[in-house]
Design a protein around this ligand. Structure first.
Ligand code: PLP
Length: 391
């Protein structure tokens, strides 16, 4: 194959479709968040969902070289992958732990979040048996009604914790329900109040955590009173605002400009160019018909890579700094684009699906609005199989 590729088109890698991670953009975002919270607040980088599609291995390798105290992962499998990638600092599990997972928790030195008192006994027993203390985080129910413990449940947890001094309370946490979807922050503030009440109740019962943590990105960006001793940013680390509402609230409160820069680009090589006559159909279902004679280019990227099928006939990519609209349906591995109006496009030229090309930029927010979803959904949907390069 390579023999057929003219020399001048040969790229440093042989990838057809790939992700680039801009290390300095990513670290710039981390620094911006650090500036916001000050030097005394620790950071737990949320790297669940393959580091929001950026690549767990790649992001862990970057974070290992800088100051970042914690990773926050959802599952044991993610924690195991982070350890394999060389992460030796602390890892918080924000997803559930089953009794079957307890050996892995101890072996990988993980800090599980406790949502249910029943697991405390299993964890405590195993910690005692192995002689290895386990650090845990208690999740407090403050109004999200997802994974927290309310006061009666906490009372049961306290009873069990008394029997197991080998369980160390690393953290008390909660998660906000309605902080990024609105510019009205009364619900978040009521949750914060409830958090304070419950931490007070635990303190009376001699539960003294090493740290308290409540802040996802929106809370980090908008409310210093949510920072406590540790923050848990996700989307903002990758250079994205949690929502337009968060951005508006931030700007209204006098926030600095341009503190976040998207770190990820998604690119693909043009693998075929063809001329299609006027009145011809393009792709499955004949959903697009050319009005005039058109030049169609083929990209080896499809919905299995995370290019959402809802972008069919809606979105565009960038070729030579110009917009090339998607024609017909996005297929599993292939997408057709229209380059009729873009001069000088050649076989094996690069198309930018996410990222900047010249004056134009396509972000996960752009794709989110085209697909009626959020940037998180777009990023988390990027296939873990795509090769990732750190620039
Ligand atoms: C994902 C997650 C975060 C990070 O949220 P962002 O909005 O991406 O900053 C924080 N805390 C918990 C418990 C999470 O699951």
């Amino acid at each position: 194959m390579a023999r057929d590729i003219p020399r001048r088109y040969r790229m440093p890698s042989s990838h057809l479709t790939w992700i680039e991670i801009n290390r300095s953009a990513f670290l710039g975002n981390l620094s911006a968040l650090r500036r916001l919270v000050g030097p005394d607040v620790a950071v737990a980088a949320a790297v669940k969902a393959n580091a929001y599609g950026h690549g767990l291995h790649e992001i862990v390798s970057i974070l290992s070289t800088v100051g970042c105290e914690y990773l926050a992962v959802h599952s044991i499998a993610e924690a195991e992958a982070a350890r394999k990638a060389g992460w030796s600092r602390r890892i918080m599990l924000v997803g559930p732990v089953l009794p079957d997972h307890i050996n892995a928790v101890i072996r990988l030195d993980l800090e599980p979040t406790i949502f249910d008192p029943s697991i405390i006994t299993s964890l405590g027993r195993q910690s005692r048996k192995t002689g290895i203390p386990t650090r845990i985080h208690l999740k407090l129910e403050t109004g999200t009604n997802r994974q927290g413990m309310d006061k009666p449940t906490l009372a049961k947890a306290i009873d069990r914790l008394r029997k197991y001094p080998e369980l160390h309370i690393a953290g008390l946490s909660t998660h906000f329900a309605n902080i990024e979807d609105t510019t009205n922050h009364s619900y978040a503030m009521a949750q914060l109040k409830q958090f304070t009440l419950l931490t007070g109740y635990l303190k009376k019962n001699k539960i003294k955590p090493e740290m308290r943590h409540t802040a996802c990105s929106a809370a980090v960006l908008l409310f210093p009173e949510t920072h406590f001793e540790l923050i848990r940013p996700g989307i903002s680390l990758y250079g994205y605002w949690p929502s337009r509402e968060t951005y508006v609230s931030y700007k209204l409160s006098g926030g600095e400009n341009n503190i976040l820069t998207p770190a990820l680009s998604l690119k693909s090589r043009i693998t075929q160019i063809k001329t299609v006559e006027a009145g011809s159909f393009v792709g499955y279902g004949c959903t697009y018909r050319t009005g005039t004679k058109a030049k169609i280019a083929i990209l080896p990227i499809g919905y299995s890579d995370g290019l959402d099928r809802r972008l069919s006939n809606i979105g565009y990519v960038l070729v030579k700094g110009a917009r090339a609209p998607l024609r017909g349906r996005v297929c599993m591995n292939v997408t057709m684009i229209d380059i009729t109006h873009i001069p000088g496009v050649r076989l094996y030229d690069t198309a930018t699906i996410l990222g900047r090309d010249g004056d134009e930029m396509i972000t996960a927010d752009t794709h989110g609005s085209w697909c009626h979803t959020i940037n998180y959904d777009i990023l988390a949907g990027l296939s873990p199989l795509l090769p990732r390069q750190i620039l």
